[in-house]
Write a protein that binds this ligand. Structure first.
Ligand code: ADP
Length: 507
């Protein structure tokens, strides 16, 4: 069952499609059945018409035969007339009565030569109720006073009129007519006989015919009714709906399965692309990392180099005190390089910063001490303005010093070409924050580039890597702080860190 499952929305669409196609097919089937019904109707109408025409012609023939005897009417011929009339009535039960009227007498006399009840005298009708026929051979047809019957009058010779009464009900073989048909036999506006069958029909079609018979121009209406079962026969409807349903379901299912397969292929392609992208990102990150490490290690390694060179010179002039100082510096800078690598590893692996509560003044002084000599060598003035009160901050001290050193190095690079290069490092409390400013008197930063300096790899230096500021910003964020920049003469970088109240930590 699960095999032929499709999504509910598709199932609903398939059902709607099945519904509309079924409705259209049912309409077409009903139209086809209606059309076939119409053909059957005209065939049956033709059959009834032919039968009726034959019977009406028989009436004409009988009228002619009886008329011949009436013309010869005399006492001698009366028994023949009687015999013939009785014979006709016996053989053709629809002819119920044959009578002759003598119009020459004052009051017309009449003779009944045969009727279903046998010969019997009939009272002559008043003359003016009989048809006025002028010439011998002329006929007239009228509904008779008897239910469902009509009379044919024929003037045989002047003064002698023949009347033949016919039961219209017996003219048509009603029991032969199938249930869905209705018949009406009329004369002028009067209905002589009718058969109503198709009452429950939802649709009806009729054929109106006028009989081409001179003496009996009867009107015949044949109606065919179409019930729901005729228009939509169950033996066709049920298999048709089932076949349509099965076909639509199969098409829907196969299209769904096809789409599903394509979607899975697409998903697999996307996953493959994702994997490639992730790999590319890892490679990229690796490069970024390597550059970051190189950037951060450059300063302690340069210091170790300078100190080692100084020690070598000191050996030649036998100054062990300078050698010792240089070696101490080497040890300190090598440790620092190790610390930087450790922090870098923690930063790369996403480990949390190692936060501790320290005096801001001490943290800043340590950092400044590391770069003082370098700045002095480059004739760059460094002004440190401590806060008016003691401030404690919760920071990762090595990361913090890395950031401060990085900002001072950048400030030095910017200020150095100027006439009086100067860097100012100051600390302030602003409500619950500690704000450290590192400002220089260099050219500042082009306002259109202010937003870009924190982007990785943005640099305006020939040998720059553009990683110092993005890394610094990340490190400060890890301490819940922020790093921002504005131009104040030169560039002014601001480190903002959360700070508790002042305490008594030593300066
Ligand atoms: P790098 O120093 O390798 O270029 P950074 O991320 O540290 O990378 O700095 C990015 C850029 O920001 C520098 O190239 C420079 O254009 C600009 N910049 C940084 N500090 C200053 C400053 N104090 N004055 C002027 N421009 C600065």
């Amino acid at each position: 069952m699960r095999r032929f499952f499709v999504a509910p929305r598709r199932a609903a669409r398939a059902f709607a499609l099945w519904f509309f196609i079924s409705a259209a097919s049912m309409s077409m089937l009903a139209a086809y059945e209606y059309q076939s019904g119409l053909s059957a109707l005209s065939e049956r109408s033709r059959g009834i018409e032919t039968l009726l025409a034959e019977r009406l012609a028989q009436h004409d023939a009988h009228l002619t035969a009886i008329g011949t005897l009436v013309r010869m009417f005399s006492r001698e011929s009366a028994p023949f007339l009687q015999g013939l009339a009785e014979n006709i009535i016996a053989r053709y039960p629809r002819i119920t009565d044959i009578a002759v009227f003598d119009l020459t007498a004052e009051n017309p006399q009449s003779w009944n030569y045969g009727s279903v009840d046998g010969p019997m005298p009939i009272s002559a009708p008043p003359r003016d109720t009989l048809p006025h026929l002028a010439n011998a051979g002329e006929t007239e047809i009228r509904p008779s006073g008897v239910t469902n019957s009509y009379d044919i009058y024929k003037l045989v010779v002047p003064g002698r009129m023949l009347r033949m009464r016919i039961n219209a009900d017996a003219l048509l073989d009603k029991q032969q007519i199938p249930a869905q048909y209705a018949l009406t036999l009329g004369l002028g506006q009067s209905v002589l006989s009718s058969l109503q069958n198709s009452e429950s029909a939802v649709l009806k079609a009729s054929n109106d015919l006028t009989m081409h018979n001179q003496s009996q121009p009867l009107r015949l209406t044949v109606t065919r009714g179409f019930g729901p079962a005729e228009l939509l026969p169950l033996q066709l409807v049920v298999p048709l709906l089932a076949a349509l349903g099965a076909a639509i379901w199969l098409v829907t299912y196969f299209r769904y399965a096809n789409d599903e397969r394509r979607r899975q292929e697409h998903r697999a392609e996307l996953l493959e692309q994702d994997a490639k992208l992730a790999h590319a990102a890892r490679v990229n990150a690796l490069g970024e990392m390597a550059s970051g490490i190189a950037h951060e290690l450059a300063q302690p390694i340069a210091a170790i180099l300078a100190q080692s060179q100084a020690a070598r010179r000191a050996l030649t002039i036998a100054r062990p005190d300078i050698v010792e100082k240089a070696l101490e510096g080497n040890i300190r800078d090598a440790k620092r390089a190790g610390d930087i690598l450790g922090r870098m590893r923690a930063y790369i692996s996403g480990a949390a910063a190692h936060l501790e509560e320290v005096s801001l003044f001490l943290a800043l002084s340590d950092a400044v001490r590391l770069i003082e000599a370098d700045l002095a060598q480059r004739n760059i003035e460094l002004l440190v303005i401590p806060a008016s009160e003691e401030i404690t901050v919760t920071i990762d001290i090595i990361s913090f010093q890395q950031v401060v050193l990085n900002l001072i190095r950048n400030a030095a690079d910017a200020a150095a070409p100027g006439a009086d290069p100067r860097i100012t490092v100051s600390a302030e409390r602003e409500r619950n924050d500690a704000v450290i400013k590192i400002a220089d008197n260099g050219p500042g930063i082009d306002p259109s580039l202010l937003d870009r300096v924190f982007e990785p790899f943005f640099t305006t230096k020939q040998d720059g890597m553009g990683l110092g500021l993005p890394l610094s910003s990340r490190l400060i964020e890890k301490m819940d702080g922020s790093l921002s920049i504005r131009n104040e003469g030169g560039a002014c970088f601001m480190i903002r860190l959360p700070s508790g109240a002042s305490n008594d930590l030593p300066r």
